[in-house]
Design a protein around this ligand. Sequence first.
Ligand SMILES: [Zn+2]
Length: 175
Amino acid sequence: MSDKVKSIIDVQTIESDSQTDDRWSDFRQIERITIELSQRYKYSLGRYSRFFIELENHKFYATKCSKCNKVYAPPRPFSPDSMDITEWTELSGEGTVKTFSVLHFAPGTNDDVNALQTPYILAYVHLDGADTLFPHLLKASANDVHIGMRVKVAYADEPVSHPIHLMYFIPMEVS
Ligand SMILES: [Zn+2]
């Protein structure tokens, strides 16, 4: 055990197989260290950017294909069916839960998720006027959530780590 390097948690020697000529004997002494890595990188939200900018304005935007009339929420820059570039369209932010999961473990993908109390609800919401499902956090009691529940978009005013957490769903029904 080293006491000169703080990150070393142990040194172990894996026994050689004495029956055979151990050609790996030089690799048998193993030192394990703990290293914390953090990485900062820039990622462009591209044509999705307006969706997040409008969340800061408490507006909920989807995209619409003028050729096949499909409305995408979450927005898609182009229509996967007709490959046309979509246009922005504002929705009310009200919708219906189509399915949901109650999560007892937070995957810890960012500080917003780490801050969530478990269990929390991931709901697939069919927003009024949209043709797709929007999977996101529903702040509701796990005892109250049900398929068909009417929900609406709520906006976070506190600072968030990732702009998708500028919004979440809440029940429209008062329980
Ligand atoms: Zn289309």
